[in-house]
Design a protein. Structure first.
Ligand code: AMP
Length: 477
């Protein structure tokens, strides 16, 4: 296995990777980083979940000269959500080098973005429409922008943005370096690549290694009328930490949201008919872990990267195998595992068979507590037992999940938590797992038998000036 250092990244970037906790490159990163560092154009066939953002993001950060204030690199995204996500990732990778990343997207005041561009923006990450708008208003000048990334080009095509993409490309220097990422390669994308890329290296990461091998996939045959009650049953049995339920249309999305809400569930809906403000509110609540269940349409949830999503439920069979792979890419992210459950009406079995053919994975029939034959070894078993303590049970014994009242906002990193727990409680690092850091809180799991002692030993410990408090998840306060 190649290391990040062997790929040719600088020490500053390697330090940034240690800070974000990436220990080894994912396949797309291993193959994409060296040619991009050499200045070559690439076509990367990879989806969300493969680690593609770092695959282009790290060479892009390396490329930026921090002394030059002009826009030197641009990343075009099909949606606002992906734009924000890519921006956050690039900021994390480029922070220590002092690279200034500005996000520009529709649905937010253009004036603020114009001001941000006047103040800086060595890298601009933007949605196609807004970028073009800013170019037209002469607020964004791409004369010196020699590193161009088209992220999720097939989504841009689906949304009808390809012509605008070409307009933007024509504003950049012809000697630029271009990286095009697309999960699929329909003819218009190939044509675009032929026209705008120079002898690109084509890098393909097979769908199976992309998203599917860490995800256990299930199917449930259910008639149209019984779907909603079945969903309630599935959610009750699976007890997801976070789940996205996909519905085919906005109307179904809303109906389902109401059904679940009326059952007393903490659930939100996300679809394109909602105002940008309410969509943002829902995204924040879900990303922050405050809402466990999100009912969404594909467009609204496109590119969403939520590392804590444990379950994806396809309430309707996805309209194509590609959509299926996109959807289940929201769980089982790099190094983690998840469960995907697809509802199939009897007459839709052939559509399901097409998906299975595409992914090469046969979906197991779902039942409460069901496992697939090839359950990932690091799979987190589903939780049950006492309702107020979130326990996991595996071959080594039960684990208890703890919540820490501090997170990113306090500068907490996974390594800080592992260090303080192991030193204060005198246990080995292997006894701390599933560390997840959110904005204002964090989670970690420890052996159930040691949890009380760990809570006592660690509570009050000082990490980066914050006194930690720990509690079992779900404990009554
Ligand atoms: P992406 O496909 O770029 O959306 O990345 C998917 C997720 O994997 C994000 O949460 C990244 O932070 C994470 N990730 C990317 N590369 C690595 C890596 N080499 N090791 C661990 N996690 C990674």
């Amino acid at each position: 296995m190649t290391s990040f250092a062997e790929l040719g990244l600088s020490e500053t970037t390697l330090q940034a990777l240690r800070d974000v906790g990436y220990t080894e490159p994912s396949p797309i990163q291993e193959q994409t980083i060296p040619p991009l560092l050499e200045g070559r154009d690439i076509i990367g066939q990879a989806q969300t979940g493969s680690g593609k953002t770092a695959a282009f993001g790290l060479p892009l950060i390396e490329y930026i000269d921090p002394e030059i204030k002009d826009c030197q690199g641009i990343v075009l995204t099909p949606t606002r959500e992906l734009c924000i996500q890519v921006t956050q990732a690039l900021r994390a990778y480029g922070e220590s080098k002092g690279v200034d990343v500005v996000a520009v997207f529709g649905g937010a005041p253009i004036r603020t973005q114009q001001a941000q561009l006047r103040a800086g923006g060595q890298i601009v990450v933007g949605t196609v429409g807004r970028v073009l708008d800013l170019i037209t208003r002469a607020s964004l000048i791409l004369h010196d922008c020699r590193f161009v990334v088209l992220d999720e080009a097939d989504e841009m095509l689906d949304l009808g943005f390809l012509e605008d993409v070409e307009k933007i490309l024509s504003r950049t220097p012809s000697g630029r370096q271009t990286a095009l990422f697309s999960a699929t390669m329909p003819p218009p994308i190939r044509k675009l690549a032929d026209r705008y890329l120079y002898e690109p290296e084509v890098i393909q990461v097979k769908a199976k290694t992309l998203t599917v091998d860490t995800v256990e996939q299930f199917q449930i045959e259910v008639g149209q009328k019984d779907k909603a009650p079945k969903l309630v049953e599935v959610l009750a049995a699976e007890k997801p930490t976070q789940a996205i339920v996909f519905a085919r249309t906005k109307i179904r999305c809303d109906q389902l949201f109401r059904t679940l809400r009326d059952k007393g569930m903490n659930v939100r809906a996300l679809h394109g008919d909602m105002s940008q403000g309410s969509r943002d509110g829902v995204m924040l609540a879900f990303k922050g872990g405050r809402v466990p269940i999100l009912v969404a349409t594909d467009v609204a949830a496109r590119g969403l990267d939520i590392s804590s999503v444990t379950h994806v439920v396809n309430f309707d069979v996805p309209i194509s195998p590609d959509v299926y792979v996109h959807r289940i890419g929201r769980t089982g992210r790099v190094g983690r595992s998840g469960r995907a459950i697809t509802f199939v009406e009897p007459k839709q079995q052939s559509e399901l068979a097409a998906i299975e053919k595409h992914t090469g994975v046969t979906m197991t029939l779902w039942a409460p507590g069901a496992k697939t034959a090839a359950a990932p070894v690091h799979e987190k078993p589903h939780r049950h037992e006492k309702p107020h303590v979130d326990k996991s049970v595996d071959q080594e014994g039960p684990w208890a999940k703890l919540i820490v009242a501090a997170g990113k906002a306090e500068g907490i990193k996974p390594a800080d938590l592992v260090k303080v727990v192991t030193s204060a409680a005198g246990i080995g690092g292997e006894a701390v797992r599933d560390v997840k850091i959110f904005e204002r809180f964090s989670f970690l799991s420890v052996p159930e038998g040691d949890s009380k002692r760990i809570i006592e030993a660690v509570s009050g410990a000082d990490v980066k000036g914050t006194k930690l408090t720990l509690e079992p998840v779900g404990a009554e306060s």
